[in-house]
Ligand binder design. Structure first.
Ligand code: DGY
Length: 317
């Protein structure tokens, strides 16, 4: 199988594709533009891409006929037109499950960082502007004992909920459908996002971005949060209406936000760079070496199984 890896993976991940498939790869470290991606795909059976490679219906139409499989190094698929890929008979593989725990760790980091004003604290230490302990310095908010609202109780949402119990939080959630009692693990289901918001001292977004979730965390939902609530996002930036969140952060209606993902990233709303109550990370949810290797292994195993006629669990279409 002729495989092209469109990005520069960490060496142990790249090694998997090179050793198993003799894969060619983009060694520039830069994101290929559409033209370059299509040119690199010529003669290839499979392309390995990331969330930075948008494969919309025009790109699908322009892909060379040799391409029969796309592997996305992500669990999210909002950068792919799955319908167009399916219609063209291109198999798609993703990386579910293996990144849930590291993304849930990142969600806890966001909650803690936002609640405890880590951005301001780090600045004091690093800038040399810290003049010593004072009783009023950087007073933040407790995480323990608070209500966590999880928007999207899939694999990542449930891993966040499990951790939150260890912090003594009470877990609430909203999902398309209610989970079975064992998967709920005591979390309280809300039929609407509005109801979830009114019970969430922390609102943590962990649902996929699609037509029914884009923009749903808007001014109306934010206004329902209890005073001094904290909003965190480990899913996709476009689930939040940036202007509405920024307004709530600036007015003090909510205390803080912890964000790992942003609409239009890396060209994020400039207010996120300067607001002191935004604890922002650069989309590193799954970025641990163990998880990144596991993601690569899952894609390689999926491709290999598919090439023998099997349908691996991580094949989406
Ligand atoms: C995902 O897996 O969807 C992450 O957001 C990027 O790897």
């Amino acid at each position: 199988m002729r495989v092209y890896v469109a990005c520069l993976f960490p060496a142990p991940v790249l090694g998997l594709f090179v050793q198993r498939f003799g894969a060619a790869y983009n060694d520039t470290g830069a994101v290929l533009d559409t033209e370059a991606l299509i040119a690199s795909a010529r003669g290839m059976d499979a392309l390995v891409i990331t969330v930075t490679n948008r494969i919309d219906k025009d790109v699908v139409a322009a892909l060379p006929a040799s391409v029969k499989a796309i592997c996305t190094y992500s669990v999210g698929t909002d950068h792919l037109d799955l319908e167009a890929l399916r219609a063209k008979g291109i198999a798609v593989f993703s990386t579910p499950d293996v990144l849930s725990e590291s993304c849930a760790d990142t969600a806890m980091l966001l909650m803690l960082g936002a609640a405890r004003r880590a951005i301001e604290g780090i600045a004091l230490v690093r800038d040399g502007t810290w003049t010593g302990w004072t009783p009023q310095q950087l007073i933040g908010h407790d995480v323990w004992g608070k209500r966590l609202g999880v928007l999207g109780m899939g694999r990542i949402g449930r891993a966040i909920a499990k951790r939150a119990l260890g912090f003594g939080m009470q877990v609430h959630y909203h999902n398309r459908s209610r989970l079975a009692p064992d998967a709920e693990a005591g979390a309280q289901y809300h039929e609407s996002l509005e109801s979830l918001a009114s019970h969430s001292d922390f609102l943590c977004i962990a649902c996929p971005a699609n037509d029914s979730t884009r923009g749903i965390v808007n001014a109306d939902v934010l206004a329902r949060l209890p005073a001094q609530a904290i909003v965190c996002n480990v899913a996709r930036g476009d689930i939040i209406c940036d202007d509405d969140l920024i307004q709530a952060l600036q007015s003090g209606a909510i205390a803080a936000a912890g964000l790992d993902v942003y609409a239009g990233e890396p060209d994020i709303h400039p207010a996120y760079r300067s607001l002191p109550n935004v604890f922002g990370l650069p989309h590193i949810g799954s970025s641990t070496i163990g998880t990144r290797i596991a993601m690569g292994e899952m894609l390689c195993a999926g491709l290999q199984a598919w090439s023998t006629g099997a349908r691996p669990a991580n094949q989406l279409c």
